[in-house]
Design a protein around this ligand. Structure first.
Ligand code: PEP
Ligand code: MG
Length: 756
C-alpha cells in the first residue's frame, strides 16, 4: 500500500468510527471538521450545507465558532458559493486573488491565504462544500485534494442519513448550472415537456467505507472481468450495429476497459478503505477534474465514453442492472440515453414516455422509426448529456426547433406552454383532416397510408384517417419477444391488424431482421462475424435461408387472411429470383393449406420493396411478376450514398433532396409507366413535407408514412397542382441549383404552400 493510500485509509477509519458512533448529526459534523483539519494539518476546516436555498456554515475548526449557523451565502456567492454552483474543486494558493473571493468578517478568516474546497454531492447535485484554509500561501497536493473529496463522499452519506439534505432544493433541481439550451438534430418532430430520466440510471452509492477491503478488491476484479466480456461481446455483435456503437467507439471502450492504469487507481482507492462502488466513483471524480483542466474537445469526447464505461462498471459491481423502463417510470419522462436499440425503446410505457434525447441517433435508424411510430419526439446528436442534465431535471423538448431547454426559468417555461398549446391546436386542426380525402387541387386522389408494426399502432389508423397500412413491419413482434414468436401468436396479431383495418388494405412485410434490428434468439455463428451487417445476412436473405421461419410466417399470413385479400411484400429484394423464391414458399404453403381443406385468401398480391439499388436495373424483369413495388428510401439512400443509416456522424451529411436520389427515383417511376404495377414510397422520406412534394413531382402517387405525418401530408396534397410541381421538378433536375431544398422551399413559399 502506498503512503498516500495508508494516510487516506487512516482518515477513512476515523471517519467511519465517527459515522458509526451514536453522536447526533451536528456532533458528527464537528468531529469530521476536526479529523480533516488534523489530518491535513490545516488551520481551518469548514463544512457548509445547503439550507433553504442558502449555503450555511454548519461546522468549523479554525474559524470563529460564533459564525456557525450564522454565516450564510447564496449559491454562486464567494468561493464556497462558486464551487457549489460549478460543482468543481477549487485549489488556490492565494484565495484573495480569485475574482469571486468575498470576505466575511464574522468568521475571522482574514489571516488565511490558501484555500481548497470540494463540493459535497448528493444525487448528482452539489448540496454543500468542504473547505480547508491555511495561513501559508500554498497549493494543495493531489493527495490532500483526494482526501477532501473522499471525505465529501462520506459526508454526503452522513447528511443524507441525518436528513440534513435540503430536499426542497435538491428535489427542485435547483441550479447547479442553471438554465441551458442545447441544440441537436431533430430526429422525430414534436414538442414535449417533462423530467429527465436516464435510460441507465446512475448508480446510487449507499456505502462508502468498506467493511472488508479484500472482499471489495474481489468484487471489483470480477466486475472488470464481466465488463470486459461484455465489451468484447459487443464488438462481436457488430452485425447488429446497435445504431451507432461503431467500431471506433468500441475500440475506445476496449482501450479503457483494458486500461491497467484505470484498474490500478480503483484498486488504490479500495486500499484506502473505500467500497468498490465508492472507489470507482472516486477515481471517476478525479478523472473528471483532470479532464476539465484540459481544454481539448477530442479528449472531452473520450471522457464521455469513459463516463459511460465507469457507469457500466458501477452497475455491474452493484448489481443495479435494470434500465429505467423497469423501475417505476415517472409520468412525464424525457428519456436520456447515449443510444438505444429499437427493442429497448419498446420496453417503455408509451403513455409515460413524452420524449427522448440521445447523444447519437440518425433519422432512419430503427429506434427512431419506432419512436416516430410511437409519436414520441426525439432530439439526437446532443453531446455530453451526462455533464449537462441531472436525473429529474425539468426539460422542455422542442424538436420542431431542434433544441431542448434544461432547467428552464419560469419565464421560458411559460413561453413554452404557449407554444405547446399552439402545437396542440395544430394537432387538433390536423385531426379535422381525418375524414377528408386527399385530392390534389387538380383532382388526383393521392393514397396516404401509414406504416405500423405494433398492435398499439392500429388505433392510429382511425385516428389519423390513413388509407390503410402500406407497410406493416412484422419484425417488430419478433423484436419485442424474448423467444421466436410461434405461428399462433403471429396469426393472432395479423388477424387483429386486419380487423382493425376494417377493409382498408394492409401490406404485410415479411420479417426484416438483422442490421440494427437484433434478435438474440436468432443469432448464430454465421452472423456474428459480419463486418457490414446492413449489407449482410438480413431480411429476405436471412429468411430464404432460414426457410422454416418464412414458412411459418407464410402459413400465419395465409390463414389470417382466409376469405380476404392478402398483400405480402418482401424486404431487401436484390435480384428478381429472390422474389420468385420467396413467392414459391408462400405458394407451397398455400398448396399445403389447400390440401388440408383450409380456407385460403381470395387473392394474394405479391410485392417487393425496392431498397437495393441493383433491383432498379432489373425492374423490367421484376415488374411483370409483382402487383406492387414499395420504395424503401431508408435503405435505398444508405446504399446509394454508401452511408450507414445508423451512423450518427453521417446523419446530416446527405440530403434526400439531392439530384442523385431524385434522379434515381425518377428513373424508377419511369420504368413502371404503362405497367399495371402500383408504385409507392414507404421510407421516412415520404413523411416529410418538402420531400413528399418532390416525390409527387416525380410521379409518386402512393405514400406509406409514419402516422403523425398523415395529417400534414394530406394537408400538403390539398395545396398542390401536380402539373406545376412536375414541371418544377423537371426543371430542377435538369440543371440542379446548389441546393434543391432551398429552391423547392422558395418555390413552395411563392405559391403559399406550407412545407414546414
Ligand atoms: C426502408 O428501408 O426505407 C424501409 C421502409 O424499411 P426499414 O426502414 O424497416 O428498413
Ligand atoms: Mg429497409
Amino acid at each position: 500500500m502506498t503512503a498516500a493510500a495508508d494516510a487516506a485509509r487512516q482518515i477513512l477509519t476515523r471517519l467511519h468510527d465517527v459515522m458509526a458512533s451514536r453522536t447526533h448529526a451536528q456532533g458528527k459534523l464537528d468531529s469530521v471538521a476536526d479529523i480533516i483539519g488534523e489530518a491535513l494539518d490545516s488551520e481551518v476546516c469548514s463544512i457548509y450545507l445547503l439550507r433553504e436555498g442558502m449555503l450555511e456554515l454548519f461546522a468549523t475548526r479554525g474559524l470563529n465558532k460564533e459564525a456557525v449557523h450564522v454565516t450564510r451565502m447564496a449559491i454562486g456567492e464567494g468561493l464556497t458559493g462558486t464551487l457549489v454552483a460549478n460543482g468543481e474543486t477549487l485549489n488556490l494558493a492565494e484565495a484573495r486573488a480569485h475574482p469571486d473571493f468575498q470576505y466575511r468578517p464574522e468568521t475571522g478568516e482574514d489571516k488565511f491565504h490558501s484555500f481548497a474546497g470540494v463540493p459535497i454531492v448528493y444525487r448528482e447535485r452539489a448540496v454543500g462544500a468542504l473547505n480547508v484554509q491555511h495561513v501559508e500561501p500554498r497549493r494543495y497536493e493531489d493527495v490532500e485534494i483526494e482526501a477532501l473529496q473522499t471525505t465529501a463522499m462520506v459526508l454526503s452519506e452522513l447528511i443524507a442519513n441525518a436528513e440534513l439534505i435540503d430536499e426542497e432544493v435538491v428535489g427542485k433541481s435547483e441550479l447547479q448550472t442553471g438554465q441551458i439550451t442545447v441544440d441537436g438534430l431533430a430526429l422525430v418532430n414534436g414538442i414535449a415537456a417533462g423530467h429527465a430520466v436516464y435510460h441507465q440510471p446512475r448508480v446510487q452509492i449507499d456505502q462508502i467505507v468498506a467493511e472488508d477491503t479484500e472482499l471489495e478488491r474481489q468484487r471489483v476484479y470480477r466486475a472488470f472481468d464481466k465488463m470486459r466480456d461484455q465489451i468484447d461481446g459487443l464488438s462481436q455483435q457488430a452485425e447488429f450495429g446497435k445504431g451507432g456503437e461503431h467500431e471506433e467507439v468500441l475500440e475506445t471502450y476496449k482501450m479503457f476497459a483494458y486500461d491497467e492504469g484505470w484498474s490500478r487507481r480503483i484498486n488504490e482507492a479500495i486500499d484506502s478503505g473505500l467500497t468498490a462502488e465508492a472507489a470507482i466513483e472516486r477515481v471517476q471524480q478525479r478523472t473528471r477534474m483532470r479532464m476539465r483542466e484540459i481544454d481539448d474537445p477530442l479528449l472531452q469526447d473520450r471522457m464521455h465514453d469513459l463516463e459511460d464505461l465507469a457507469n457500466r462498471l458501477l452497475r455491474i459491481v452493484s448489481g443495479q442492472l435494470g434500465t429505467a423502463a423497469t423501475q417505476g417510470l415517472r409520468r412525464d419522462t424525457i428519456l436520456i440515453a447515449k443510444n438505444l436499440g429499437p427493442a429497448e425503446l419498446l420496453e417503455y410505457d408509451k403513455r409515460r414516455l413524452k420524449g427522448v434525447v440521445l447523444e447519437e441517433g440518425s433519422l432512419t435508424s430503427h429506434v427512431v422509426i419506432v419512436a416516430r411510430a410511437m409519436g414520441v419526439p426525439v432530439l439526437g446528436r446532443v453531446r455530453g448529456l451526462r455533464g449537462i442534465v441531472g436525473e429529474g431535471d425539468e426539460i422542455l423538448l422542442d424538436c420542431n426547433d431542434a433544441c431542448a431547454t434544461i432547467r428552464p426559468t419560469p419565464q421560458v417555461a411559460d413561453a413554452f406552454d404557449t407554444r405547446f398549446a399552439k402545437s396542440k391546436e395544430r394537432q387538433a386542426a390536423l385531426a379535422e383532416l381525418r375524414e377528408v380525402e386527399p385530392f390534389t387541387r387538380c383532382g388526383t386522389r393521392i393514397q396516404v397510408q401509414m406504416n405500423a408494426g405494433l398492435r398499439d399502432d392500429l388505433a392510429n389508423l382511425a385516428l389519423v384517417g390513413a388509407d390503410g397500412i402500406g407497410l406493416f413491419r412484422t419484425e417488430f413482434q419478433f423484436l419485442v419477444s424474448a423467444t421466436l414468436p410461434q405461428r399462433e401468436r403471429q396469426l393472432r396479431l395479423y388477424k387483429d391488424v386486419l380487423d382493425a383495418a376494417g377493409g382498408k388494405p394492409v401490406v404485410f412485410r415479411t420479417v426484416d431482421i438483422g442490421g440494427d434490428k437484433a434478435v438474440p434468439y436468432l443469432a448464430s455463428g454465421e452472423n456474428l462475424t459480419e463486418e457490414n451487417p446492413a449489407m449482410g445476412w438480413r431480411a429476405l436473405r436471412l429468411a430464404l435461408e432460414r426457410e422454416g421461419l418464412l414458412k411459418v410466417q407464410a402459413r400465419a399470413l395465409l390463414e389470417a387472411c382466409a376469405g380476404k385479400e392478402l398483400r405480402v411484400m418482401f424486404p431487401m429484394v436484390s435480384e428478381p429470383w429472390e422474389f420468385d423464391a420467396a413467392k414459391a414458399i408462400f405458394e407451397n404453403q398455400a398448396a399445403f393449406l389447400h390440401q388440408q381443406k383450409k380456407q385460403l385468401p381470395d387473392v394474394v398480391h405479391y410485392g417487393a420493396m425496392l431498397e437495393v439499388p441493383a433491383l432498379a436495373d432489373a425492374l423490367d424483369i421484376l415488374i411483370p411478376k409483382v402487383s406492387f413495388i414499395s420504395i424503401g428510401t431508408n435503405d435505398l439512400t444508405q446504399f446509394l450514398f454508401a452511408a450507414d443509416r445508423a451512423n450518427p456522424k453521417l446523419a446530416a451529411r446527405y440530403d434526400w433532396l439531392s439530384p442523385a436520389i431524385l434522379r434515381f427515383l425518377r428513373r424508377v417511376v419511369q420504368s413502371t409507366i404503362g405497367h399495371p404495377v402500383d408504385l409507392g414510397v414507404c421510407g421516412e422520406m415520404g413523411g416529410r413535407k418538402l420531400e413528399a412534394l418532390a416525390l409527387m413531382g416525380l410521379g409518386i402517387r402512393r405514400f406509406s408514412i409514419t402516422p403523425v405525418s398523415v395529417g400534414p401530408i394530406k394537408e400538403l396534397v390539398r395545396q398542390i397542382d401536380l402539373k406545376e410541381i412536375e414541371q418544377a421538378m423537371n426543371e430542377l433536375l435538369l440543371t440542379p441549383p446548389h441546393s434543391i431544398r432551398d429552391a423547392l422551399t422558395a418555390w413552395a413559399a411563392e405559391r403559399g404552400i406550407d412545407t414546414e
